[in-house]
Design a protein around this ligand. Structure first.
Ligand code: GLN
Length: 493
């Protein structure tokens, strides 16, 4: 074992830099894991990025990783620390969805994605904080308290995967997993100044992931460069017999376009996605578009997404409807928080749900139950499904004339804690540009592209279905011409 003091390991490295150092024997995974655990714990007093930190499991996985590294059968993730959103079931490790309902829920299986992550030899450091059941854009709707943004601790990290984003931005871990139903990977990536990828609907299995809105949910990676995102999605993507919505299309080499640059890349900029946001955000995104153009991309300004403005209302019918059905399983009998001294079965069920769910989750259940109820179903749910088809067609039509669509990821930079908590509509507007992408099922990425008011701005790129490698190649090319992705927040120790 290299005779080094773990506290001297450079934790600002990316996952692929750690992977190279591990292979070169600079330090072991156990040493890296010890250093990572120490930093993550020191930071968490300020960030609250974790619901559970899994020291013992991490060190056990690190020992196994070191054995694999020595035997030569390591993957690119073997021995590398990763955080996992606490919406992904982990065998023997409580999985709370940041809800009182699941405060003590310990799954008996790993979800498919975590099984694949474990097979790669990655080291799971802990379960990251989120908005309860992934409903929110700020990670303030967590039973375990809000996560803070490492760029400004008075501000939110975005959400719902705020813990996963904050710990990567703070250089706690190089990689993490989140989920994205309406923007929950891309928006926190933007607000924390890192990269986040929402894969195509069907690219990654959701088996064992606590369900929110099943026609929209996807799992995806956070990281600090495109190479790291590619390595993580490579490990988790692909068909899964346990999730019938996964695609059996072959999984490509996600780094196949990394030498392509911007030459010949047609970047569509729909006016609809440049409206309604803060000026400083728009300026940073326009500068990014200009930089891509200066380096060989062709900018296509006259594409249009006329139905995109309907995406937010469509989402707030479809997602709550599916959530109300998915969350019916928490009845105080089979799972989770249970009141057992009620007057009747109905009273117990009602009180279990009343105590177990927080206000935003209740709001969604009420919205969804209403939209699905007899007499309203056709007017709301069915109509929303029809408009969904139109939104998808608009994107398909746009992609006849461009390879990627560029826009801000979020209309604003990180806002202050409590600023939007009492105004759900203001909160929902954070996802103005991300939600159409979930509605249509396309892949989308957020890439750091500058600052406004001293806070990070994200550039969103969207591609046709199953073209994640186009997004990763463009992100990689962009990293070659700017260094926004290397900017670090103030040190938290
Ligand atoms: N912010 C959106 C919502 O509250 C999206 C959440 C998500 O992607 N999980 O529903």
């Amino acid at each position: 074992m290299p005779n080094i003091d773990p506290s001297t390991i450079d934790l600002d490295r990316t996952a692929h830099e750690h992977a190279a150092a591990l292979r070169a024997g600079e330090y072991t995974s156990v040493q890296l894991t010890e250093a990572t655990l120490a930093r993550v714990k020191a930071q968490d007093a300020a960030l609250n990025a974790y619901v559970t930190i899994t020291d013992e499991l991490a060190l056990e996985q690190a020992r196994a990783a070191d054995a694999r590294l020595t035997s030569g059968d390591a993957t690119l993730l073997t021995g590398v620390p990763v955080a996992v959103k606490d919406l992904l079931s982990t065998k023997g490790v409580r999985t709370t969805a940041s809800s009182r309902m699941l405060e003590d829920f310990v799954p008996v299986v790993d979800c498919t994605v975590v099984q694949r992550l474990n097979a790669s030899g990655a080291v799971t450091i802990g379960k990251a904080n989120l908005d309860e059941f992934a409903m929110g854009s700020s990670t303030e709707h967590s039973y375990f308290g809000p996560t803070h943004n490492p760029w400004d601790l008075e501000r939110v990290p975005g959400g719902s995967s705020g813990g996963s984003a904050a710990t990567v931005a703070a250089r706690g871990v190089p990689l993490s997993l989140g989920t994205d139903t309406g923007g929950s990977i891309r928006q926190p990536a933007a607000l924390c100044g890192i990269l986040g990828l929402k894969p195509t609907y069907g690219r990654v299995s959701r088996w064992g992931v606590v369900a929110f809105a099943s026609s929209l949910d996807q799992v995806g990676p956070f990281g600090r460069d495109a190479e790291d995102l590619a390595d993580l999605i490579q490990a988790i993507a692909g068909d899964d017999p346990m999730d019938s919505t996964t695609s059996d299309l072959p999984v490509p080499d996600f780094k196949e376009g990394f030498d392509r640059g911007f030459d010949g890349l047609r970047v569509g900029v729909p006016a609809e996605f440049m409206e309604g946001g803060d000026e400083g955000v728009r300026d940073a995104v326009e500068a990014a578009i200009a930089a891509m153009e200066a380096n060989g991309a062709t900018i296509v300004r006259d594409i249009t997404l006329p139905t995109a403005k309907a995406a937010l209302p469509v989402y707030y019918i479809i997602a709550p409807s599916e959530a109300s059905a998915n969350l019916a399983r928490y009845d105080g009998v089979k799972y989770g928080h249970a009141v057992t001294n009620g007057r009747s079965a109905e009273d117990e069920m009602s009180r279990s749900r009343g105590e177990g769910f927080g206000p935003e989750v209740k709001r969604r259940i009420m919205l969804g139950t209403y939209a699905l109820s007899a007499g309203y179903f056709d007017a709301y749910y069915l109509k929303a499904q029809k408009v969904r088809t139109l939104i998808r067609r608009d994107l398909d039509t746009a992609f006849e004339r461009c390879d990627v669509i560029a826009s801000p990821t979020s209309p604003n930079v990180a806002f202050r804690l409590n600023e939007k908590l009492d105004d759900p509509y203001a909160m929902y507007l954070n996802d103005l540009y991300t939600i159409p992408v979930n509605i249509a099922g396309n892949p989308g990425i957020s890439i750091p592209c500058g600052f406004s008011e001293g806070l990070p701005v994200g550039l969103q790129l969207v591609a046709p279905h199953f073209e994640e490698s186009t997004l990763l190649a463009a992100a990689h090319a962009y990293e070659g011409i700017t260094d926004w992705h290397r900017q670090a927040p103030p040190s938290l120790g």
